[in-house]
Ligand binder design. Structure first.
Ligand SMILES: NC(=O)c1ccc[n+]([C@@H]2O[C@H](COP(=O)([O-])OP(=O)(O)OC[C@H]3O[C@@H](n4cnc5c(N)ncnc54)[C@H](O)[C@@H]3O)[C@@H](O)[C@H]2O)c1
Length: 416
């Protein structure tokens, strides 16, 4: 255990938009936090983070192109993994083996197998791992959970989770081209299949199963499903999963669908998830609700959760938004406003590096939530077929195609 204000040295791996945001927030959310490295396989990225950190800490973080250089440096306490998703599991395992604490963005894994291996690596090496599912640090999420656990909502009958994001554009696959200056394409691909450089892969990685859990599903549905699980007391894997959907608005050549309707059989109750990208009448939670005392206009809120209990209906918001419970005749029974908790989540990670406590978004829960997304995609990709999960082993049964798809191929040098 370190002292409450002892020095914490961080390194960033993946200096894109989210990585820059997270590292700057981590550095200033607590005293005595420094950033020694900014690592990216693209020398064009990371400039903003380096400039700002240099001003704040009085020395420039070193640039690194290969994350393994950071794992070898004994000064580094923890790494922040904000690469595209196909690198998350491998980078987390390498970091754990090097005894570094880890902040890893969602989705933390792209298969059941990856999930198992990262949990094992974290446990074996006794490192602190915080997942980037920041809703777990929101007071209102915990009070929603407390309200449900108290029995005030009654027995849970059914749950509906939404990630119906506004807007979509037709996707045009660009031709292969030369690798842009400064980018190590082979390292960017890492564990994924070696393919020629293509800007549609590089810049739109979440449209490809090879690099992501898919568009809205990995972007926001992963957060919504994680928050629903938290409020429900963190149930384990579902007993069965079925996913329908397809490309609705533009039937272009994208790997991923733009609409997925998923039913998870959680045993005691079902969770239905709508994940889609169309419909300008839906809105993400506005800023004044995220950081204020207001509540969303629930019907058009793109990322709401509806928890139907025998005694009432709870609306729960992601991105702040709080929760409200309505009873008979639409009567408002109880409510709590919410504050979007990015800062609190980052502070919790630094606190846990020092105290060695389990962080709010533990790797066990991060993997379970990621696997809800992974299982839904496996049902869809195996031809919209039901899959059942063996509660004892966590394995897929009754769908050999899905079980086969879960075994991702890794290139030599990048195996888990
Ligand atoms: N929790 C949240 O609210 C939230 C919000 C946005 C994004 N995210 C997550 O953050 C992650 C990054 O998203 P983004 O939008 O910043 O993506 P991005 O593509 O803009 O940035 C990723 C960066 O990682 C770099 N990279 C790729 N492979 C690397 C490697 N092997 N070593 C070092 N760097 C490597 C890329 O060159 C790029 O600069 C994703 O997993 C995304 O799902 C989370």
């Amino acid at each position: 255990m370190k002292g409450a204000n002892s020095k914490v040295v961080l390194a960033l791996i993946g200096a894109g938009g989210r990585g820059t945001q997270v590292i700057l927030s981590l550095q200033q959310c607590a005293k005595n936090v420094e950033v020694k490295y900014v690592c990216d396989v693209d020398s064009q990225r990371g400039g903003n983070a380096i400039k700002e950190l240099s001003k704040r800490q009085g020395y420039e973080p070193a640039r690194a192109a290969d994350m393994r250089r950071i794992f070898d440096d004994k000064d580094v306490d923890a790494v922040v993994i904000t690469t595209p998703e196909h690198w998350h599991a491998l980078a987390t395992i390498w970091a754990c083996e090097a005894k570094k604490d880890v902040y890893v963005e969602k989705n933390v894994c792209l298969s059941l197998e990856e999930g198992r291996k990262i949990v094992e690596a974290a446990e074996r090496n006794k490192v602190v791992v915080q997942c980037g599912t920041q809703n777990r640090s929101a007071d209102y999420a915990l009070s929603a959970r407390g309200y449900i656990a108290s029995g005030k909502l009654g027995a849970i009958v059914t749950v509906k989770a939404y990630c119906m994001l506004p807007g979509t554009r037709e996707w045009i696959l660009k031709p292969d081209s030369d690798v842009p200056e400064g980018l190590d394409w082979n390292a960017w691909l890492g564990p994924a299949e070696a393919v020629p450089y293509n800007v549609s892969r590089h810049k739109a990685w979440s449209d490809w199963w090879a690099y992501s859990g898919g568009g809205a599903m990995s972007g926001d549905a992963s957060h919504v499903i994680d928050l629903a699980r938290l409020a429900l007391g963190d149930p384990g894997l579902p007993q069965a999963v079925f996913c329908a959907g397809g490309r609705v608005i533009f039937n272009d050549k994208r790997d991923i669908p733009d609409n997925q309707t998923v039913v998870f059989d959680m045993g005691k109750y079902p969770i239905a998830l709508e994940s889609s990208q169309y419909g300008s009448y839906m809105y993400k939670t506005p800023q004044e609700v995220r950081y204020g005392e207001k509540f969303p206009e629930w019907r058009s809120n793109a990322t709401r959760i509806e928890i139907y209990g025998a005694k009432g209906l709870m609306f729960l918001g992601r991105h702040g938004g709080g929760w409200q419970v309505f009873g008979n005749g639409g009567e408002l029974v109880e409510q709590a406003a919410g504050y979007f908790p990015d800062d609190a989540h980052h502070r919790n990670f630094i606190d846990c590096i020092r105290s060695r406590k389990t962080p709010n978004a533990s790797i066990e829960q991060g993997v379970l939530s990621a696997n809800m997304v992974n299982l839904a995609n496996l049902s869809y990709r195996s031809g919209k077929k039901l899959l059942r999960i063996d509660a004892a082993t966590g394995d897929i049964v009754g769908n050999s195609e899905a079980a086969k798809l879960d075994k991702r191929a890794y290139r030599s040098g990048f195996t888990l």
